[in-house]
Design a protein around this ligand. Structure first.
Ligand code: ADP
Length: 522
């Protein structure tokens, strides 16, 4: 849940996140809130992260499972080979015992040592003997004796898989039959597995019959390992067959869980870092914009001061004109007029100098030199991205109707600053209406060679007496407001050969429209 929650809060990139916060509306349609569309986009980008998380987790789990299965298979094959070797050793031993018995019979040993074999080899259940010239009563023994004489080695006479016994016959001069206990073939002291609890099933098989040496455990679902090999003794033609099933329950679930946890942690860390980076970038961008704004505000301030100084200048000029009129009187007061003229001219020159110096020191850099193609939509996106936290806090989802994506000939920083200012003002206006009534409608279009961007809010609108003065420097109705934002925006727009206008919308709220020449139209 925590991770799901985390994924729901983070996105692939800040741009995605920002996009998910803006509702883009087809131009032909009327602008309408589209919360479902926004949710859909958000889910899409979150879904991508969840997909990555699932894919990496799944790949890891498959790898862990394959590794575990491979290890189990190797262990199984090693055990099966040891089992085959142990059983073969015993089988070969039987050949040797029978050959030895055949040699002993020539000494006509009255003590009949073969009868004592069972005490030494517990798997030998019985030994029977027919001296040279004597025939076996049992037809299978007689047949086996004949065969044994032909191949000159012991042969299998009879096998009883139900009871786990078989007879071998070896015929040289005398003939011996030896009964072997199949279970006794196994050397349990060296057996590589726990016979009662091991999941491996071991059987001796021949011609579709089988004797179970070790029952094995585990369900038949999942993975199956097989081993089958002839005993290494021709006289006992049995297959050693080992089978093991690895069920779902035996998969390394602990490791898989650990892997999924690790992947989740890593992705969560990655996303947290990404969010941090995005927040830092946003802060840096705001700082940059703030610095530019401060610089421009200074310029605006200077312009205001210049305006102030220009007024006394105008008065001085008026005085000189008055002096001129004095001279025109009959008789003219030449002396006074000359003094006044001299004085006024000196003051006027000094004031003009101050103004000139002030202007020169704060004059904005030549914007014309910085004009370049600017994607208005990208600039809007960028400004919205920067303001996303505040918009979220305000509970406002901007709706953007895009009839065109104009590329304007402008100063990118100035454009961003204007858009930023307009959005800030709109947000301030929206703060004054209840959350449910807050709407921010943006539109991009192109007309008459101009790229047009408009910001409309559902705030209280602009009072009739405020509207004519709204672009004046230092005009504000806001407590703590400087009243320089809009005047600066207008100045910047004008310098880029554009316009900025303000009006009240018929449906209520204020609407600001920025028009800038499109590339090639400047
Ligand atoms: P400030 O924001 O410091 O007041 P501005 O130049 O940005 O300076 O704005 C000047 C005035 O214009 C504001 O005080 C406010 O009265 C008015 N104004 C600006 N934008 C809006 C708007 N969207 N809705 C209503 N009034 C606005």
């Amino acid at each position: 849940m925590i991770f799901m929650d985390f994924f729901m809060c983070c996105t692939v990139s800040e741009i995605h996140r920002f996009r998910s916060h803006v509702v883009w509306v087809a131009a032909a349609k009327s602008v309408a809130p589209c919360k479902n569309g926004r949710m859909l986009k958000m889910r899409k980008s979150y879904g991508l992260w969840i997909l990555v998380w699932m894919a990496v987790s799944l790949l890891g789990c498959v790898w862990v499972t394959q590794n575990e299965i491979e290890q189990q298979r190797n262990a199984f094959e090693t055990d099966a080979r040891i089992v085959h070797r142990l059983l073969s050793q015993r089988a070969v031993q039987h050949d040797a015992i029978m050959s030895t018995l055949a040699l002993l019979q020539s000494s006509v040993d009255a003590s009949r040592p073969e009868q004592r074999l069972s005490s030494v080899y517990p798997q030998i259940l019985a030994v029977r003997r027919r001296d040279a010239g004597q025939q076996w009563e049992e037809s299978q023994f007689a047949r086996a004796a004949e065969q044994s004489r032909a191949v000159k080695r012991p042969v299998l006479a009879d096998a009883d898989f139900t009871n786990g016994r078989y007879w071998m016959v070896f015929s040289a001069a005398a003939s011996y039959a030896m009964q072997i206990d199949m279970r006794g073939l196994a050397q349990w002291s060296e057996w590589p597995m726990q016979p009662e609890s091991s999941p491996v099933r071991v059987t001796l098989e021949s011609a579709g019959q089988r004797f179970v040496l070790q029952p094995g455990k585990g369900d038949a679902h999942g993975w199956r390992f097989d081993f089958s090999k002839h005993l290494a003794a021709e006289s006992q033609p049995f297959d050693v067959v080992a089978v093991r099933h690895v069920g779902w329950a035996q998969l390394p679930w602990g490791w898989m869980l650990a892997w999924v946890g690790l992947v989740s942690l890593l992705l969560a860390g990655l996303l947290a870092a990404q969010r941090q980076r995005a927040a830092r970038r946003r802060a840096e961008e705001l700082l940059r914009l703030g610095q530019v704004a401060r610089l421009n505000t200074l310029g605006e301030l200077a312009a205001g001061m210049a305006h102030e100084v220009n007024q006394p200048l105008a008065a001085i000029l008026a005085n000189t004109q008055a002096a001129g009129r004095l001279l025109a009187e009959k008789p003219p007061d030449i002396e006074t007029a000359r003094e006044a003229m001299k004085h006024a001219v000196q003051q006027a020159q000094r004031a003009a100098e101050v103004v000139g110096r002030l202007r020169r020191s704060v004059e904005l850099p030549d914007r014309a030199a910085q004009l370049q193609p600017v994607d208005l939509r990208a600039a809007v996106n960028n400004a919205l991205y920067l303001l996303e936290p505040q918009l979220r806090q305000l509970g406002v989802t901007p709706e953007l109707a895009e009839a065109a994506s104009p590329i304007v000939h402008a100063d990118p920083v100035a454009v961003e600053q204007i858009i930023h200012n307009l959005l800030m003002n709109a947000m301030q206006a929206l703060e004054r209406v209840p959350p449910g009534d807050r709407k921010l409608i943006l539109a991009l279009s192109a007309a008459d060679g101009l790229g047009v961007f408009s910001v409309r809010d559902s705030g209280p609108g602009i009072a009739a007496d405020v509207l004519p003065r709204i672009f004046e420097p230092f005009f504000t109705t806001r407590e703590g407001g400087l009243g320089l934002g809009l005047s600066l925006c207008e100045t910047l727009a004008t310098r880029m050969n554009g316009t900025l206008t303000a009006a009240n919308h018929a449906a209520g709220g204020a609407e600001f429209v920025l028009r800038l020449p499109m590339t090639g139209q400047a």
